[in-house]
Write a protein that binds this ligand. Structure first.
Ligand code: IPE
Ligand code: IPE
Ligand code: MG
Length: 256
């Protein structure tokens, strides 16, 4: 895919894009936005205050990624395991997409950003589903950056569903066992329309994947930072991209 700077908006003081050039921008960045709870705890605030603050960082990162020319930004917003949290926190997290999408949709439309959401929609509250449907349909003609939220997403759940669907297609004679290869499997995943992430960022110091994109991250460059998500800035994003730009991706070969 073509990388390009998309210098929409003015350069900021903390802009780190001098650390890499426009050809080195990852086409697809995936982010595990972690550390909201700890950010709030450090300030003696309830965990939900961290989630609220984190939402503003999402807006900043969408703007910055779009400005840099990232083509797909996938954000892990709620995992299939996050239902284990206290109900008040889950309820708050479930309302955030609606708040985000209603307060920010016009800007997304204006900036030609296309909103997509992957995950199991069945357990989500009606208002959340409605806000998502509106955002998806109102941005469906946009052909700029794709903003893809992983919401009630779990990689093992996604792979389990893919296996079931493949078996059912084989049974219905739409696919033969010999047809099944890596690209067929990828085509049964929720990410089928995107290239695999080039760069994965996880904030908050945890060095694990927490059930995120297990298949798709096979050759992704991984970048972990201790910065908590609500403290994550454009400069940190630039730093991650600068590290990515210096990495030598070999994909198993010796000379590329
Ligand atoms: C990430 O922050 C947001 C979600 C998982 C929804 P956390 O809520 O996990 O924050 P910590 O990890 O407890 O600090
Ligand atoms: C991963 O963070 C999920 C999201 C960021 C949405 P968690 O905070 O849920 O992950 P664990 O529990 O630390 O592995
Ligand atoms: Mg966490």
């Amino acid at each position: 895919m073509l990388n390009k700077f998309n210098l929409r908006g003015s350069k900021k003081e903390n802009d780190a894009s001098h650390l890499f050039d426009s050809t080195q921008i990852p086409s697809h960045i995936a982010i595990i936005m972690d550390g909201n709870g700890r950010w709030a705890k450090k300030r003696g605030l309830p965990r939900i205050a961290g989630h609220k603050e984190g939402m503003d960082v999402v807006k900043k990162m969408v703007r910055e990624s779009d400005r840099l020319g990232v083509q797909v930004l996938t954000l892990y917003a709620f995992s299939t395991e996050n239902w284990k949290r206290p109900k008040t926190e889950v309820d708050f997290l479930m309302k955030l997409p609606e708040q985000f999408l209603t307060s920010y949709l016009e800007e997304l439309i204006e900036n030609n950003v296309r909103v997509e959401v992957m995950g199991d929609a069945q357990q989500l509250p009606r208002g959340t589903v409605k806000a998502i449907e509106t955002a998806i349909s109102r941005t469906s003609e946009n052909d700029g950056m794709i903003l893809n939220f992983a919401l009630n997403y779990g990689s093992r759940h996604e792979l389990t569903d893919a296996v079931k669907q493949i078996i059912s297609d084989v049974q219905a004679d739409q696919l033969t066992v010999n047809d099944i290869d890596e690209s067929i499997i990828s085509s049964y995943l929720l990410t089928k329309q995107y290239p695999d992430p080039d760069l994965l960022i996880r904030t908050s110091g945890e060095i694990r994947l927490s059930n995120f994109l297990l298949w798709q991250l096979a050759y992704t460059e991984l970048w972990f930072t201790d910065v908590l998500w609500p403290d994550f800035t454009e400069e940190h994003l630039g730093e991650a991209i600068a590290h990515f730009a210096r990495r030598h991706r070999r994909f198993g070969s010796v000379n590329n």
